[in-house]
Design a binder for this molecule. Structure first.
Ligand code: ASP
Ligand code: MG
Length: 416
């Protein structure tokens, strides 16, 4: 059994979906399980809907229209007029529109999940119908019937035991199967999500539970690159590397893999292949147990939109274990991801990723017990296997806020 994952970029327009179908045509004998994300930038658009709804802004329905129109154009590029898929997709949106008529609940993450999860449902509905249309018979499964989670919305934890039972019962490798990444379901039957870019993680969950031979993540890049081509010129493709190294890279924010994806694969020894959907014939990158990185290279990772929190005790007390534990539990409550920590006697500086909508509340809560200074909109450069001076061209004319280095890794936080 093989598990394939196709991200938003692979299904961003009708051409993309035709290309995906061509790839699946080649592999149909393997009857893969195919995990698909929302189309293009849909999740970002739906996040705007969720925010507008939560903030009770009048333009929330306009924002939904934008998402509907985007999908309608894609469907029109794939199906004849009057095809049932038009209604199927409309019905999915009607559910969201009903929900938007109600008052939002006070818990933003809950509302976020109910709205944003629609992106994957719509996308897989369209892809599955298109494959059927061209004769690639497939089974569509609702991932919410398979991946059960707790109710930590926006970053839900998977109930592995229950999910395992459901997945094994419902997926037997007898058909080409299409399902959604990113989404799951709580025990109260509400939609949950696994965190932004979580479709890779979904694919890894399926691969692990099904003891897949391998997981292939199809991307718009030729494989894992040593730097993000959007920010760095001439990145190098890595042919292979170990899970260990990939986990480090993902942790520091290499955008190619969701950080939680690798552990379940490593635990079962299931290799991960990252391949290009643009050039599906060319070898991609292999990530497997105990392999040396080929070729040996430094890795450059840039994370944007960092918030620096400088935290001091109100009475200039030392920042010690009990304070840190308290600070981190507040950060966890707001799903803030800590990317860099620098500690001195009386203060602690943290570069974090946090939803812009939550920054103020987070700071207010920390301010009850601490003196907080903060800067937003910073960038964090991380270099693995750092060689002296290799960051200089990137950081030319930048205002550096703080930097830190150990034997293998250098991190620099700077003003964009
Ligand atoms: N659609 C979700 C996102 O954009 C999940 C994913 O693409 O992996 O974050
Ligand atoms: Mg995506």
């Amino acid at each position: 059994m093989k598990v394939f994952k196709f991200g938003g970029a692979s299904v961003k327009d009708a051409e993309g979906i035709k290309n995906l179908a061509k790839i699946l045509q080649q592999y149909k004998a393997h009857k893969p399980l195919v995990v698909i994300s929302a189309m293009g930038k849909t999740t970002n658009l739906l996040e705007e809907v969720a925010r507008a709804f939560y903030l009770k802004q009048a333009n929330v329905f306009e924002k939904v229209e934008k998402v509907k129109l985007f999908h309608k154009n894609i469907i029109s590029g794939l199906f004849p007029k009057g095809h049932t898929v038009f209604d199927d997709v409309t019905n999915l949106f009607v559910e969201v529109e009903w929900a938007l008529e109600d008052e939002p609940r006070p818990e933003y993450p809950y509302e976020y999940d109910q709205i944003v999860s629609i992106g994957e449902l719509v996308s897989t509905t369209i892809v599955s119908a298109y494959l059927n249309e061209i004769g690639l018979k497939n089974t569509w499964l609702d991932a919410r019937d398979l991946i059960k989670t707790d109710n930590k919305h926006q970053d839900a934890n998977v109930d592995w035991e229950l999910s395992s039972q459901l997945i094994k019962k419902n997926i037997r490798g007898e058909h080409l199967t299409i399902t959604q990444g990113f989404i799951g379901c709580t025990s109260e039957n509400f939609s949950s999500t696994l965190g932004r870019e979580g479709s890779d993680y979904s694919a890894a969950i399926f691969a692990s539970i099904l003891d897949a031979k391998k997981l292939v993540i199809w991307k718009d890049v030729p494989g894992l690159l040593n730097a993000d081509p959007r920010y760095f010129p001439n990145p190098i493709k890595v042919e292979k590397l170990s899970f260990q190294e990939a986990i480090e890279l993902a942790y520091y924010g290499a955008s190619v893999i969701h950080p939680k994806t690798l552990q379940p694969l490593k635990a079962k020894g299931i290799p991960l292949e990252i391949r290009s959907f643009v050039n599906p014939e060319t070898e991609g990158t292999w990530i497997a147990d105990s392999v040396e990185t080929v070729p040996k290279t430094a890795f450059y990772i840039l994370k944007k939109n960092q918030t620096l929190l400088s935290i001091a005790a109100l009475d200039l007390d030392f920042i010690v274990e009990n304070h840190l534990a308290q600070i981190f539990s507040v950060l966890a409550k707001y799903n803030a991801k800590v990317n860099l920590i620098q500690n001195s006697a009386v203060s602690c500086s943290l570069a974090v990723d946090v939803d812009p909508l939550q920054v103020q509340t987070l700071i207010e809560e920390l301010s009850k017990n601490y003196r907080i200074k903060y800067n937003t909109g910073l960038e964090l450069l991380t270099i693995r296997h750092y060689n002296q001076g290799s960051e200089q061209s990137i950081l030319k004319d930048k205002e550096i806020i703080l930097s830190q280095e150990n034997r293998t890794t250098k991190q620099v936080l700077f003003v964009s």
